[in-house]
Design a protein around this ligand. Sequence first.
Ligand code: ADP
Ligand code: MG
Length: 239
Amino acid sequence: MGVKSLYREPEAPSGKIEWPALELHDVFKIYRSGPVETVALRGLELEVRRGEFVAILGPSGCGKSTLLALAAGLDRPSAGEVRAFGESLEALGEPELARYRANRIGIVFQNENLLSPLSARANVELTLRLAGFDQAGARAGDSLKAVGLGARMEHRVSALSGGEQQRVAIAAALARRAPLVLADEPTGELDTASERLVLTALRRLPQEHSCTVVVATHSRAVATAANRIVELRDGAVVA
Ligand code: ADP
Ligand code: MG
């Protein structure tokens, strides 16, 4: 299959072959800084089917953020293979990886790159315009309502709570119809009530919008919001 096919919309979930949304096969990631080598992932095997909501659970340093960075095409494995929607990311150059991220990936990271002087709606609208969507304003509004921010979408991001900011990032992924949403400790610094709202917004992505969601967390309480928990220790899945 050619590189171009990565930019097709995922096939309708009926009849045809169902590629997993994400596969990591025998993946190693070794960080080198001078003489020091850190093995962040060692022979990782993971398969996430479309429409799943999977939690990657493990203590700090076990390789969760590394795994998500490889899945997002933000970094490359030292060995092994990362496949998204049936196709290997290895063959893609930087421009294709950038397009892969723009078309396929919604990122909800702890320090999300929202533009804080702009309103929530303007932020979502901007990501839509950059991705070439029509009617970005209306679409942004609908997505913000869907994550419970209808009443707050004209507020500047800097005036929103941490949990609300995370929901703006989820709304941006939803508005773009990103088929694979990656969330790295999305509730890391939130109180319990905000945590619940963020998890509800994430859970609705697979339930109502047939997205696939992978959330990395060190919290078993957060992980139980997912449909499946994959435990990571020292860069590999715990058997
Ligand atoms: P987690 O997200 O589970 O806390 P990470 O994927 O961030 O784990 O890190 C896994 C291991 O890789 C840790 O030992 C961490 O210190 C190391 N590591 C992560 N990023 C880098 C980097 N850019 N350079 C060197 N070591 C790194
Ligand atoms: Mg991390």
